[in-house]
Design a protein around this ligand. Structure first.
Ligand code: FAD
Length: 370
């Protein structure tokens, strides 16, 4: 672990800085190395987390390798070989172990914990301000995921609620809610999974802004490509990416069928306001609840890029390049794990595309000294 030091005025100069060492950042680092760049000399990977694993290290204990969708191999090393055949192991243990082995095997020299506070333009270079000093780079691959940016919509009266409110991110175990009435908000995969767990130990209600869209039949690779394409089209137009479930729908899995049979899949429309003891709908109906669990998703963790003014008035960032990883307004900057690449397989591909495009771009520009 690095000692905390105040930011010095002398920046460590590199060609490329990667921010974030989750699936997307590690894929980018691997690919830069494959292209001949040396970790620590030509590029650096900065990661705010205390250990390897990206956001997987923070996932709740009941999320195991049997309940995740699928963790795709990082390029060049098998996950299955590291995880073994026991799929009851926690994702928060298996994936960090795999990432740590990966970083070690490919000698990616991730610097952690190093949190990037701000990225600013300094002529031909980018100045990267962190809680462990300054870095300067000609190009940037941002791979900061979404975990740092939980989203809770604003409802009137939220501050008056005397019960407990928490976000998916804060969930640990269903046992915490025994004896309490829990209102689950949201219609994504996390909402369904947590509703399933919590409804086994206590009473629940379930609301969402739009009704859940259950999909019959299996999700084919063509469905996957079509879903990614829709999100890609959005970011190419500069729109905020939107949620993947809004595009793919939820598979009607055996777990969902079992929930239906237990009578816990009674989805209700969104309430209008929050009262001190529960929620109230537009027609005046009220429901008393002890806990509101907001499974309302995440936004991209990009606040540190604010000085670069990349956002459009719509709130999105216009993306271009082969897999839409390149910021249209500044080709020195790639966002990986963003929009269409916000999955483990998408992050792999985005890391490769970003590394290749950025190295080509920088090699065509004269090296400008500060
Ligand atoms: P992360 O894994 O979030 O890594 C980002 C890294 O950047 C972190 O280490 C963080 O500390 C660091 N960071 C953030 N901000 C800064 C900063 N300012 N300075 C320095 N470092 C910073 N996808 C699948 O394909 N299969 C699944 O089964 C699956 N299950 C999921 C389950 C849950 C509950 C959730 C929330 C998501 C799931 N996803 C799944 C989505 C998947 O996790 C991601 O698409 C992918 O793993 C994210 O990788 P990433 O590298 O983009 O981000």
């Amino acid at each position: 672990m690095l000692p905390a030091t105040p930011a010095t005025r002398v920046a460590l100069k590199l060609d490329i800085v990667i921010i974030g060492a989750g699936q997307a950042g590690l894929s980018a680092a691997y690919n830069l190395k494959q292209l001949g760049l040396a970790p620590g000399r030509d590029f650096a990977v900065l990661d705010a987390a205390p250990q390897a694993g990206g956001a997987w290290q923070y996932r709740w204990p009941s999320l195991t390798l049997s309940t995740v969708n699928k963790v795709h191999d990082l390029p060049g090393m098998s996950f299955a070989a590291s995880a073994g055949s026991d799929d009851s192991v926690q994702a928060a243990i298996a994936v960090p172990r795999y990432f740590a082995a990966y970083e070690d095997h490919f000698d990616l020299q991730v610097r952690r914990p190093v949190a990037v506070n701000l990225v600013c333009n300094r002529g031909a270079r980018l100045r990267i301000e962190t809680d462990h000093g300054l870095f300067s780079a000609r190009g940037l691959i941002n791979a900061t995921g979404t975990w740092e940016k939980p989203f809770i919509p604003d409802y009137p009266g939220a501050a008056s609620f005397t019960g407990r409110q928490l976000h998916t991110r804060d969930y640990k175990t269903a046992a915490d809610f025994a004896g309490q009435h829990v209102l689950v908000v949201g219609a994504g995969i996390s909402a369904i999974q947590l509703l399933d767990e919590i409804s086994r130990v206590t009473t629940t209600s379930w609301v969402s802004r739009t009704p859940p869209r259950f999909r019959q039949g299996s999700f084919t690779p063509e469905d996957g490509r079509a879903a990614v394409k829709l999100v890609e089209d959005r970011v190419r137009q500069g729109l905020p990416p939107g949620s993947v479930v809004s595009v793919t729908g939820l598979p009607r899995s055996p777990a969902i069928e079992a929930m239906q049979q237990r009578g816990v899949l009674n989805n209700q429309p969104m309430f209008q306001s929050i009262t001190p003891t529960g929620v109230r709908w537009a027609d005046g109906r009220e429901l008393a609840v002890d806990v509101i669990l907001w499974c309302t998703g995440f936004r991209s963790a990009l606040d540190h890029l604010a000085p670069l003014q990349l956002r459009e008035p719509s709130g999105g960032i216009t993306m271009t390049g082969r897999l839409a990883t390149k910021v249209a307004a500044d080709p020195r900057i790639h966002l990986v794990g963003y929009g269409p690449s916000a999955s483990t397989i998408g992050a792999n591909r985005a890391g490769a595309a970003a590394a290749k495009e950025l190295v080509t771009f920088l090699s065509e520009r004269p090296v400008a000294l500060p």
